[in-house]
Design a protein around this ligand. Structure first.
Ligand code: A5A
Length: 464
């Protein structure tokens, strides 16, 4: 892709996903088609969370200043990013109210009221809400927002450190599966101390690489230990009758996931949507020849009903425009499968299928339609995932060095790789380069420590 940034902006507009013209920086509007992609994506995530015992809740948007400021590290990390509500009408408020940048402080205040004894634990809740961050870096649609409109945050509380540690593992599994479902390849790494979530003991992050070679963090899992529970006095009576503070975790994803679906899979002709989040999975295009109109339309309806019956999101494009324009319209919008219905095929009792991911067109027996379409949607999802993984591999470079290689030389080589092909450089772990000084020298970010083919590596890349 020649110019990713331009391609991305154009696709949001032309495929009618998201309108950036709202008159506040970092805020935009989900259009109906984009909103549906968002909804199916969230459906997958809700399913994964609820399978593992998470329950959905909904907290207020406003957080009183004293509550937000309670945990020292947390407020230090966010104070420059908070939007404040200072007035009710014309009257100044006695206590300023923050628009939540994230909801730890709101949720943990309430957990205090809910937790008394070990029987009350664990608590595993999540919400999908909008959060606000006064981002000072360059904002980008769905990537760096000031109103993050799709903030899925999960919050858990446990009786032991071990339970919280296991919860981190479960959260990683959930996100791993979520991104697998979406065909988005990830690198999972433990963020360095200086880049962890404000108030966390440690942070595990999911990163992917966009077609411009830049790295983007698309999810994070935090072990909060007892940092918040001590401040919020989340004490409980243990099984043995003693007292302890709960151990907590939290994990979140955002609109960046939607941005990734678009960016990772799209091509020059537009979107390519994974079938499981495509608002329309199959579009039927009647090829209306003179005198054959009626039988074509009838066949289109018949196929529509058959596919609808087996739960496929299918539509017939009945507009009175040339088929070529319809093909283009649905390709741009990433519909995975197109069915063309014409008089010749009807006579031959066959159906013509076109798959968006490979551009392949082929005919099948009409009677096989149900099984074939179901199977094809599976194959498309799998192919998209494999293709994205292949591209990701191409973006990962292993850099080996000897004991006596100087830091300067490593820096030089990292910079060269990042200049030439960008992406992520993996360097065998060593304390001498695992520091902020090295980051500054290579003019990129240390994403963190990651496992790769059984080895321990430091991942480095230029981030969004
Ligand atoms: N409460 C925890 C879960 C939390 O807030 N973690 S976080 O700060 O790391 O945010 C979770 C995820 O939201 C990040 O991994 C990132 O993918 C996304 N995110 C953060 N800031 C964003 C922004 N300004 N615009 C869009 N997405 C953002």
């Amino acid at each position: 892709m020649e110019n990713f940034s331009q391609w991305y902006s154009e696709i949001l507009e032309r495929a009618e996903i998201y309108d950036v013209r709202y008159p506040i920086k970092g805020c935009g509007v989900y259009l109906p088609y984009g909103f549906k992609i968002r909804r199916y994506t969230l459906d997958i995530l809700r399913g994964l969370l609820e399978e593992r015992g998470h329950e959905e809740v909904l907290f207020p948007l406003l957080i009183p200043e004293d509550l937000l400021a309670k945990e020292g590290e947390h407020i230090k990390g966010f104070e420059d990013e908070v939007f404040w509500v200072t007035h009710g009408g014309r009257k100044p408020l006695e206590v300023k109210l923050a628009l939540r940048p994230t909801s730890e402080t709101a949720i943990y205040y309430m957990m205090k009221l809910w937790i008394k004894v070990h029987k009350d634990l664990p608590i595993k809740i999540y919400q999908v809400v909008n959060t606000f961050r006064y981002e000072t870096k360059h904002t980008r649609p769905l990537i760096r927002l000031r109103e993050i409109m799709t903030f899925k945050e999960a919050h858990t509380a446990h009786a032991t450190r071990e339970d919280a540690e296991n919860q981190v593992g479960e959260a990683i599994d959930i996100y791993r599966e979520f991104f697998h479902e979406l065909g988005i390849p990830v690198i999972i790494s433990r963020r360095p101390e200086w880049d962890k979530f404000p108030g966390a003991e440690y942070t595990v992050a999911f990163d992917t690489v966009f077609p411009d070679g830049r790295v983007i963090q698309i999810g994070t899992v935090h072990n909060l230990g007892q940092n918040f529970s001590r401040t919020f006095d989340l004490e409980f009576e243990t099984l043995e009758g003693g007292k302890d503070y709960v151990y907590q975790t939290c994990y979140g994803i955002s609109d960046r996931v939607i941005a990734s679906i678009i960016a990772i899979h799209g091509d020059e002709r537009g979107l390519i949507l994974p079938p499981n989040v495509a608002p329309i999975q199959v579009v039927i295009i009647p090829l209306l020849f003179k005198g054959k109109r009626e039988i074509v339309e009838r066949k289109a309806e018949e196929l529509y009903k058959l596919l609808k019956e087996i739960g496929i999101r299918v539509e017939i494009d009945k507009r009175d425009i040339r088929p070529g324009r319809k093909f283009h319209h649905w390709e741009l919008r990433g519909v995975p499968v197109r069915i063309e219905v014409g008089p010749k095929d009807i006579e031959d009792k066959v159906v013509t299928l076109y798959r968006r991911d490979t551009g392949e067109k082929y005919k099948i027996k009409e009677e096989d339609i149900k099984g074939e379409v179901l199977d094809l949607l599976e194959r498309i999802g799998k192919n998209m995932r494999e293709r994205a993984e292949g591209r990701m591999k191409g973006y990962i470079t292993l850099l080996d060095y000897k004991e006596d290689t100087s830091i300067e030389e490593i820096v030089g080589r990292v910079k060269e790789i990042l200049k030439k092909k960008r992406g992520i450089v993996l360097i065998p772990f060593s304390g001498k380069i695992y520091n902020e000084d090295f980051e500054e020298k290579v003019e990129a970010s240390i994403l963190g420590v990651t496992e790769y083919n059984g080895g321990k590596y430091i991942a480095v890349g230029r981030t969004y």
